[in-house]
Design a protein around this ligand. Structure first.
Ligand SMILES: [Zn+2]
Length: 224
């Protein structure tokens, strides 16, 4: 069975999503030694709906396979600007590009949140922080390899996302952003192997990994 299956009625999007998923999973293996959780197949379902674009348009589920369901607008040719704004908060502020959104969800297939009641040492924002770290780590590699052609509607997701990354890591504002910064700090200090150890340990709910992440988190909090 194929590791990644994309269900979408538009061939150009199926192709772009497949290419991106294969590319970042390959890079994740090379850089962090991390593949899809438990080697499960990944299915990405893209449902096309009419505008307005749903506010919360991405989520994932896990069973025998990992499914990312992605609902997006049926506007065939939105402007690049609309694409940038296609992930928006309810107050209208935008929080990311489509490429970021897809990569963030793929990040969840590598380190999924499997807990119903989050113990304090593994809060939900840890998993969200990981997925955003994953997406922002991969975007420069995607940009270098595929450039604007990564997406059927070309736009400069690189500058936009790297600017967001810089702002977040320079001045983290909530626990999720502290986790994002902590993962970047770990990578800076001990490379992809450091990330691999932490995530590998956290996947096993290993106390040493929890403590190590906590130590880095406290370091960053102390700095601000
Ligand atoms: Zn998420």
């Amino acid at each position: 069975m194929e590791q990644v299956v994309v269900d979408c009625e538009w061939p150009e999007y199926t192709q772009a999503v497949e290419r991106l998923a294969h590319f970042v999973l390959k890079k994740s293996a090379e850089r962090f030694g991390l593949g899809i959780f438990e080697g499960k197949p990944l299915r990405i379902k893209i449902t096309i709906t009419g505008p307005p674009i749903p506010q919360k348009n991405l989520y994932y589920t896990i069973g025998k396979e990992i499914t990312i369901s992605w609902i997006r607008s049926s506007e065939k040719d939105p402007s690049p600007e609309k694409y940038l704004k296609s992930l928006v908060r309810s107050d209208g502020s935008m929080y990311g590009t489509m490429v970021f959104g897809l990569l963030h969800e793929i990040g969840h297939s590598v380190f999924p949140d499997l807990i119903e009641d989050h113990p304090p040492e593994l809060p939900e924002c840890l998993f969200e922080g990981w997925a955003t770290f994953f997406a922002w780590s991969m975007i420069p590699l995607v940009w270098e390899e595929l450039g604007e052609d990564a997406w059927p509607i070309t736009h400069n997701y690189f500058d936009y996302e790297m600017n967001r990354k810089r702002k977040t890591t320079e001045d983290p504002r909530d626990l999720e952003e502290y986790y994002i910064s902590a993962f970047f700090r770990i990578e800076e200090e001990s490379g992809g192997t450091g990330i691999s150890k932490i995530i590998g340990g956290l996947r096993q709910r290993n106390a040493v990994a929890v403590e190590e992440l906590d130590r880095v988190l406290k370091q960053i909090k102390g700095r601000n």
